[in-house]
Design a protein around this ligand. Structure first.
Ligand SMILES: [Zn+2]
Length: 420
């Protein structure tokens, strides 16, 4: 169904329209929240953007809560560890309550209620996006035990995690070293949702059957979930294009995942790390640290980010928004940095000539990548291997477009020395 929708949309794409057929637009029937697309510690993101989530105001209760998830704003709670699982039954702050019109965009920034609504609104927004790509409801991996996912906006912990039946948020630090809640950091929230999505789609190994590939894949997939989701904010797309003129090979806001402040970010999605720079994925799990598992995910994250950029650039070429010469020149950038300024100037004039065309190409590339990933992940199981992940992408591309991007898929994984 979603594949048909995609093909249909490609045929009669409207050059002037900003919303594609897959655009997630619940303005008619949904509920309003105000979300920070990136950490509000960043100079450009101090104002939240209003978004609509899919469900109607009367379907969202205090917390906020609905049939899929609920916020419990715990006081002095330790993070879940080992056998301890939801539900949390200790002391709580008063729940966030909708305004008289049923929406949650009236809450004041800086209150517990705003943070609770920000966590819920973000996760619901990201769930809507990925259920649209998957074309069906995502059944939680823990649905045998819990009907809803518990969301804990604050635990006094310098981390965040997703586990069996819950997502909970600790804190990062600002430039002065002060604690800043991750419940206001879209990337961190969306990344943790990515883990929950993956548990649901590919299943979960037991402690003795888990492999390094499984953990590394989880980190990659969760970062990419965050990046694709971020591109559903109109303000992010506009700012990204304004700042880069569509030259996404340059260092930009999109490829810094989990940016916490003006100077700190968690990972660079755009990196030049190859498999030879990270631990061997066949190393036994008990000989690897968490940091090494994260490192192992970087070539894969880099490859998928590059693939998204390649798809975008192909779309710019197809629509004749850039010429083949610029395409060629910009690809060589990682090797020949002296061309950097020339490439940027060429992008600047191409973008200036047709900003709306660039925006449409970016939205198309985003949705193609989202569909590609959802089709790919549906083929995988928790006992996946790196070559299987790459093969599943070739299969998904075949299904979506008769293999339109098979050359690009091969190129990005070859460059990273990821075998398939
Ligand atoms: Zn993670």
């Amino acid at each position: 169904m979603r594949v048909d929708n995609y093909k249909k949309r490609n045929e009669d794409i409207c050059p002037g329209c900003e919303l594609s057929e897959l655009e997630i637009d619940f303005r008619e029937a949904g509920t309003r929240f105000r979300l920070f697309p990136q950490s509000p510690l960043l100079t450009d993101y101090q104002e939240p953007e209003t978004v609509w989530v899919s469900i109607a105001p009367w379907e969202i209760g205090p917390g906020p809560s609905d049939d899929r998830m609920y916020v419990v704003d715990a006081i002095d709670k330790d993070y879940y560890d080992g056998p301890r699982l939801p539900p949390y039954n200790g002391a709580i702050n008063p729940p966030a309550i909708a305004g008289p019109d049923g929406h949650f965009d009236h809450l004041e920034i800086g209150t517990h209620e705003f943070e609770a609504a920000h966590m819920y609104g973000t996760l619901r927004f990201v769930l809507d996006i990925w259920e649209t790509y998957f074309g069906h409801e995502i059944e939680w991996s823990f649905s045998d035990t819990f009907e809803q996912m518990e969301l804990v906006p604050w635990v006094d912990w310098d981390n965040a995690h997703a586990g069996y039946g819950f997502i909970e948020m600790g804190y990062g630090k600002d430039d002065e070293g002060h604690k800043f809640p991750y419940n206001l950091n879209f990337d961190v929230l969306a990344h943790e949702f990515g883990h929950q999505l993956l548990y649901s789609v590919i299943g979960m190994p037991t402690d003795d059957t888990a492999t390094p590939q499984f953990f590394a894949f989880h980190e990659t997939a969760s970062d990419i979930v965050a990046i694709i989701s971020l591109l559903h904010f109109n303000s992010v797309i506009d700012r990204l294009l304004e700042q880069s003129s569509g030259n996404l090979y340059s260092r930009n806001e999109l490829n810094r995942v989990g940016e916490e402040s003006n100077t700190r970010q968690i990972r660079m999605a755009s990196n030049d790390i190859k498999m030879k720079n990270v631990p061997d994925p066949d190393t036994p799990l008990d000989q690897l640290t968490i940091k090494q598992l994260h490192d192992m995910s970087l070539p894969f994250t880099g490859a998928l980010f590059d693939l998204f950029v390649e798809i975008f650039q192909q779309k710019l070429l197809e629509k004749e928004l850039i010429d083949p010469e610029l395409d060629e020149l910009s690809r060589g950038l990682t090797e020949k940095m002296d061309n950097e300024q020339q490439v940027q100037e060429a992008f600047d004039s191409a973008y200036e000539a047709n900003p709306l065309g660039f925006k449409q190409a970016l939205v198309d590339a985003r949705d193609y990548t989202g569909l590609l990933l959802s089709l790919s992940w549906e083929q995988l199981s928790w006992n996946l291997t790196f070559p299987q992940i790459v093969q599943s992408l070739f299969n998904a591309d075949q299904e979506l477009s008769d293999g339109q991007y098979s050359v690009e898929i091969a190129e990005v994984f070859d460059w990273r020395e990821i075998e398939y």
